[in-house]
Design a protein around this ligand. Sequence first.
Ligand code: MG
Length: 436
Amino acid sequence: MSYSANNTGINKDTLVMYIDMNSFFAGCEQQRHPELRGKPVGVLTYDSPNATIIAPSIEAKKFGVKTGMRLPEARVVCPQIIPVTTHPSWYRQIHVDVMAILNSYCDDVIAKSIDEAVVNFTTYRLVYKDLAIVAKKIKADIKAKYDYLTCSIGIAPNSFLAKLATDLQKPDGLVVITPENIDMHLANLKLTDLPGIATANEKRLKLIGINTPLEMRHSSPALLRKAFGGIVGNYWYSRLNFGEVDLYSHETRTMSAMRTLSRQQRENRQSLESMLISLCTKLEQRMVKQGVFCKEVSFFIKYNDNTGWDTVVKLADPVQDAMELRNYILERVHDFEQTRHVETVFSNNTRSMCVAIQNFVSDSVLQYSLFDNRIKKDVLRKTMYNIKDKYGKNTVRKGSELIEPDVMKDAIGFGSVKDMLMNDDGEVRNKYLLEE
Ligand SMILES: [Mg+2]
């Protein structure tokens, strides 16, 4: 048997499936509590009259309930909404089971977040004649295990178009984008319907005369370079013309930092909170090195009696800064403690703490204009790491490192809003930047 041009042709073309669970958190609650099925449900981080809805059910979305709405706002459009508090460990169990189902069809599964995954079927082209049939089997397998959960599946020659395909039909969608039908699909879309194109990028494209996704696809790499100011323009041309730029751009799928606490460390809340900063700073350091931001952060705490507490925060804007990560986690901790009226989370019974981040976005494709003055902070953070690489670890330190030197000894980083003094003209001064 000879490996002729035919085989090369087959292997050259990638074939990717993207799976997006529909209204995942709310779906999990409805799966667990049948009495909630078919009803508008709003998942809350904590039980309070003014709590934020972090995940509306499919039914609630039909009434116009959106992620991020406060409960009273949601009641205006949907008076019968049923508030339910979140159960992250349950969602994680279902995530693990869905990943196992995907793995039973293909080895190359990358979890993008707790409710999204991309599967690279490229080397399975000869195993499965029709990926749409595989997609239907996957849906059936998920249904057999969790009968109330549905997902939208997209199939395309690259991961960007596969993800776009999941947005085209919700819930329970199955859309295949091919070179033959892509223009038909794009014709119905606005620029901001493309994942990664928000208002800032839309503005850049319109400035050079590109008003629709179809025009964008049929422009040229050179023109898109003009719009995006460099290589990012080439990426966008590639995405819409079947090139793969997103699938393996970051080798790390999850980064985590964990510490077991000594007896002395668990004794007071201050040192437990310092430990949290230290873990977040480690992750910040690794994100800066890899040039990525994250869109999801999880926090797990384990106690000596084998019980634990955990939370998952999905972020609207990608985050790299340690103190921002820590603030998102503390917000959840405080919410929880406030509702229970007890100081339970950072207890002196704490055995270990873990912060995990995933759903990474490359800093080269971030729309910095959306971040306003944050770009200055990002540049400064990078500069500081470069100085450390060049002149040694202790040349520069950030304010948070000084809280508790023992805990913070590995911690390097920059970017806490508290540490920063910014002039009206945007000049950044940091009182700790040249410490030591
Ligand atoms: Mg989803």
